[in-house]
Design a protein around this ligand. Structure first.
Ligand SMILES: Nc1ncnc2c1ncn2[C@@H]1O[C@H](COP(=O)(O)OP(=O)(O)OP(=O)(O)O)[C@@H](O)[C@H]1O
Ligand SMILES: [Mg+2]
Length: 228
């Protein structure tokens, strides 16, 4: 199987008055098309891991490769381009823009990636995929929590990225809506083959993934695949 995401000796120290060693040597290898859940107590480094693997944040030591490319060898512009073209994000702080409609929010990554020509058509198709064909022109304030999260997912997949990073994608949702969001993410993983890395606190959510990585204080404590 082709490796999509790999790290070796990945360390992240947040400098400051008291340096925080958020990642203390993480070796990871995730194959193309895999769906991996990352679990662990609050503050153990899950979000930091996603930020470092995706190149959103600089690393302090070690190496990260995305699809064989060493992130350290790329300029900031190249990293931004790699993200715009190959990655989708379902992060809670990646909020929807309140002044834009659902379709306009989903069009954004295509505009950034210079693919404006088909943006509207593709955005609508992505919204169709998450069951929001009837909400194209609603602004976020006129959408429910689950609908908003589905717009975020549509925005993450509109560019047909290799990798989707999701940080607590079902964090604020009730069980039923959370199940629906997971159903959509699993379907996208199976059907479109996106490699998916998702952080969650919930066993129920993690149970949908083929592989569960447990972190503790900046290191991987266990890494189990279904069928092991
Ligand atoms: N920008 C920052 N500057 C300094 N320290 C940080 C920064 N971001 C995170 N940290 C610290 O690094 C550690 C790991 O944080 P991280 O956000 O990765 O945890 P997490 O596992 O995602 O937690 P949660 O489940 O609460 O989201 C924590 O101790 C946190 O306080
Ligand atoms: Mg976090």
């Amino acid at each position: 199987m082709k490796t999509m995401i790999r790290s070796k000796g990945l360390k992240k120290v947040y400098e400051g008055e008291v340096g925080v060693h958020a990642l203390r040597g993480v070796d990871i290898s995730i194959a193309k098309g895999e769906m991996v859940a990352v679990m662990g107590p609050s503050g153990c480094g899950k979000t930091t891991l996603l930020n470092c693997l995706s190149g959103l944040d600089d690393i302090s030591a070690g190496k990260v490769w995305i699809n064989g490319k060493d992130l350290n060898s790329l300029s900031d512009n190249k990293k931004t381009e790699l993200r715009a073209l190959n990655m989708g994000f379902v992060f809670q702080f990646y909020n929807l823009l309140p002044v834009l409609t659902a379709v306009e929010n989903v069009e954004l990554p295509l505009l950034l990636a210079d693919k404006a020509k088909y943006a509207n058509k593709k955005a609508k198709k992505a919204l169709d995929m998450v069951g929001l064909s009837h909400r194209y022109d609603h602004r976020p304030s006129a959408l429910s929590g689950g609908e908003r999260q589905r717009v975020t997912i549509a925005r993450a997949i509109v560019n047909e990225p290799d990798i989707i990073w999701a940080d607590e994608p079902t964090g604020d949702l009730d069980t039923e809506t959370s199940d629906m969001i997971m159903e959509i993410l699993c379907k996208l993983n199976k059907k479109n083959g996106h490699t998916m890395v998702l952080v969650t606190h919930e066993d129920r959510v993690a149970g949908r993934a083929e592989r569960i990585i447990h972190m503790e204080s900046g290191v991987i404590k266990s890494d189990c695949s279904k069928g092991d």
